[in-house]
Write a protein of this length. Sequence first.
Length: 658
Amino acid sequence: MHFFAEDLLAYVVATAAAVTLIILPGFGIHRIVAARRTAADDGVAWSLILGAVCLPAIDALLIRFLGLESAFVLHAALAVVGAAAAWKAVRRARAWTLIATFAFWIIVGFALIDVDWNGRLFQSLISVDTVKHAAVINAIAHDGLPLRDPFFARAGPSSYYYYFYLAPAIIHGIVGEVVNARAAFMAASFTTGLSFVAMLWLLASRAGFVPKARERAFLRLLILLCAITGLDLLVGLFLGWSTGIVIPQLDRWEEEIRWALTSVLWVPHHMTAVIALFAGALLIDDATAQRSKLPLLLAALAFAAVFGASVWIAVVAVPALFLWWVTGIRRAEGVPLWAFAVPAMVAAVLVVPQFLDLVSGRSVAGSPLAFSIRGFGPPSPLASVADAALRLALLPVGLAIEFGAFAVGAVVFATTGQLRKSCDNSIGRLLVMTFAVGLLASVFIRSTLINNDFGWRVIWLAQIPAILWTAAVVTEQQVPRRLGRIFLATIALGLLGTAWDVAGLRFFHGARVNGQRFTSTNQYPDVDFELRAAYAWADDHLPRQAIVQHNPVRFRRALDFGLYGHGRVAVADTDARLFGAPEPEVIERIRLITPLFVRAVATSEAENRLRSAGVDYLMMTSNDPVWAASRGPPPGWTCIYRTPRVCVARIAAKETGR
């Protein structure tokens, strides 16, 4: 059994499927709807984007009402239409672009593929989030929509933004087990990276940042900037030197500001929402310039994808787009009201089913957003007025460290007069508005559920302009000589910081952050190896709807059940409210189940607890306290699957066949 080879094969096949069902449909859409001839580079860029941002809203309705196969037929038909144009684009592509694309493909595989060696399984640090991604893809592929809660077995829909996961679910559901949910997620992350670079190119081109006859050099620069991060490496080295603790992900030293490459690896769903937002704005600008209504339909689909892929991005997109419209009212290139109203209304209608799922599937437990001030250092609640004042005073320092080279680029762009000049351009003004709104929202508002996903993600509305402004000043060679060495140093540190973060996905797992172990990954690779095989067996031999329950409190975030299993789970862990389950019910179900993994329980009590929690089978491991106390599975349980460290168990009295 070689899990590495299995994952690598799945990733290769999944990539081919993702190119066919995500990228090629974009070429098909562009071929069908392009109202005018575009530059070759712009046409390819649009084609890399349109499939990812225009199809999810349609897929959501097709899967909900007609099934997964209907969405596959749509993607396949568009792929046939776009195949010739895509092949032509590949033949025209420069060797360096293909090399860069392949290098990114390798990085995605390095970041996510399991490595097994001598009966041990080594997972990536991203597994702490991939468990969620894979569980959602499995749920859609096997149960359709509305999305069932993959972390807490309950009736009704779950409350989550799932549009990004629809295409991977189609790939997994149609191709089959050769492409598991994790491989489908990897391939979709890869295509998201391509779409992101294409979106940057279109914004830069339309904002007037790309000099004529230097297009290739500008594109190479954009790709380079997508590979750098801020100056977090300096903080990481200082903390390592002063404490002896190596932080595996540098951004975790304070409220996270993660840059392009690692954001695509960790949160491609939020990045898809960012891409869709700017694509929708570009399409509205197209409709205004061309006096055409056709781009507005695509803009509506894109705006629906913003909401469906990330509610947090959608919340901030509304005021940003409103300011863009207001500031352009008296300008010749301003966008008329109808160009906003039409796509907004169509998008609102398209997302009604998901909106209803979000509302009905989430237990009301206070406001999802709260006032805050982004901290310089480990995240913590505001303690006093003095604390708030200190945070505000240190905020510029923290942002300068987090933005690094992009801070230098943005400052130079503003102080050399380019910022004011860019406001004369519709897309240039859009970037100014998104920067202001994204930065302010990220600094003063936070989300209250588990992590500050709101603050961590909406900052991308400021990061996109910072990347483009930096590219513009570098291309025009406007960085003052006195800042030249500093700027080059920030770029070098940014590249090294990204290398650190990518390496940290495989190493440094034992590090502690704020006094707690950063992750539970790779603490017990021998157990994980056997668990992966056990979940594969369970998928093949147990009923599809059987509840197979693991220990929900052994680690803060349980991983293997969602990474490798297709079956349902009664409760994932203490974060099981992620998809909207009521917290009191999560706590009660954990209270019912946990004793079975801690101590030997009488058969009658065990039956009552299992019946109350809705559990059919237990996935026990040698890590569970009851295993250590009993030197194996406890008395009263029958292992229907057994390895030295894993047992799929049920109470002997309940043996009734399969």
